[in-house]
Design a protein around this ligand. Structure first.
Ligand code: NDP
Length: 333
């Protein structure tokens, strides 16, 4: 595979220009470009530029609104519903996070329910933005069926990601961000593209047989939940939070109306909690002592650490050269 070396600002500019050329206004292009370029800086390649052709396709068909203006409705002092106006989620998230943060700081707990937007990205930016304000964050979303519930062979859930961040003032927060599928579909797509096998237990082929062939899982097969029935019940909880409680599509509903490929319309559930209000003074030292104890154990690393180190690295970011050419062609059609 041929690669090119780019800096994060170059990736931001490449993404922004491409989105502007395809119908986004500046606010929408900037928010999506920040999300995609930060994923590349974190070396999370399945949620960086790899996604951009999908964003462009959604703009070109008119499915996504490149001029979206998010609108909030305060259901109570601690519950905010945000209409994403059929735009890409990064703008809705950037718009809604300060509202959520101030509601959580006031009430101790608050929730942001995002409807009517296209979530196609990693979920750490929303929870890290909360942790940066000394709030605990939990976020989840759904899209279209790609994963079989435990015991089944047909897709019913999407890959249903969930992220969580716990602030550690003066240090990197504790953050995990993961699909509840054994592997995110983007990573399966990259393994299929690059000819790499999948770990056993990742998916089934089109006939419902277990396979480690990424192409067979990606093209017509299904993913499996991580951890058997335990992953399956967490995926169910995510459907109920991000669709049932938010009042947007469950994966199986989105699958029926989204017939032209990703991204799909879906809801996002974001919960914010204030340790200052809930645990009271001393929370930071108390929790930090626990996490320090945990990370001092042999063989342990905290989730998020690989990403934080990648983000701090001054090494150039290597990107698939063919993908960069595709993006340049999409920018100057
Ligand atoms: P991974 O399995 O790569 O990682 C999941 C989490 O586990 C990360 O926080 C990671 O931290 C942490 N981790 C990995 N290895 C270790 C270890 N040895 N010890 C401790 N922690 C560890 O993620 P997934 O493949 O499941 O998901 C990838 C991305 O895909 C996520 O960002 C997710 O949000 C996104 N996604 C988005 C969807 C959408 O619809 N928008 C759908 C599905 C997935 P670290 O990052 O530091 O390695």
């Amino acid at each position: 595979m041929t690669t090119v070396a780019l800096t994060e600002p170059e990736i931001f500019d490449l993404t922004r220009s491409c989105l502007l050329a395809n119908g986004c206004n500046e606010a929408n292009a900037d928010a999506a470009a920040r999300t995609l370029s930060s994923a590349e800086a974190c070396r999370a390649i399945s949620h960086g530029l790899f996604r951009l052709p999908g964003y462009v396709a959604a703009l070109r068909t008119g499915k996504a609104n490149g001029h979206a203006v998010p609108r909030e409705e305060h259901l109570t002092s601690a519950a905010i519903r945000l209409d994403g106006d059929r735009g890409f989620a990064p703008l809705a998230i950037e718009y809604g996070t300060p509202l959520l943060a101030s509601a959580a700081a006031e009430s101790g707990v608050a929730v942001l329910l995002i409807r009517n937007s296209f979530h196609f990205a990693a979920l750490w930016p929303e929870v890290e933005a909360l942790a940066a304000q000394n709030l605990v964050g939990l976020a989840c979303t759904v899209h279209t069926p790609m994963m079989a519930p435990f015991g089944a062979k047909k897709a019913f859930f999407s890959t249903n990601p969930i992220s969580f961040a716990y602030p550690r003032p003066g240090r990197d927060p504790y953050v995990f961000d993961m699909a509840t599928a054994a592997k995110a579909r983007g990573d399966v797509g990259i393994a299929a593209r690059d000819g790499h096998p999948l770990p056993p237990g990742t998916g089934l082929d089109a006939d419902g047989n277990p396979t480690t062939d990424a192409k067979k899982v990606h093209d017509g097969g299904v993913l499996l939940p991580f951890g058997g029935y335990k992953g399956s019940v967490i995926a169910t909880m995510i459907e109920l939070l991000a669709a049932g409680l938010v009042g947007d599509y469950f994966s199986y509903e989105a699958g029926k109306i989204n017939t032209d490929g990703p991204p799909a319309m879906g809801g996002e559930f974001i919960l914010a909690m204030s340790p200052e209000v809930l645990a009271g003074p001393g929370w930071a030292d108390h929790s930090d002592a626990f996490l320090t104890e945990l990370e001092s154990m042999e063989g342990i690393r905290l989730p998020g650490q690989r990403r934080f180190e990648a983000r701090r690295s001054t090494d150039p970011i290597t990107v698939n050269a063919e993908l960069v050419d595709t993006i340049r062609n999409l920018t100057s059609p």
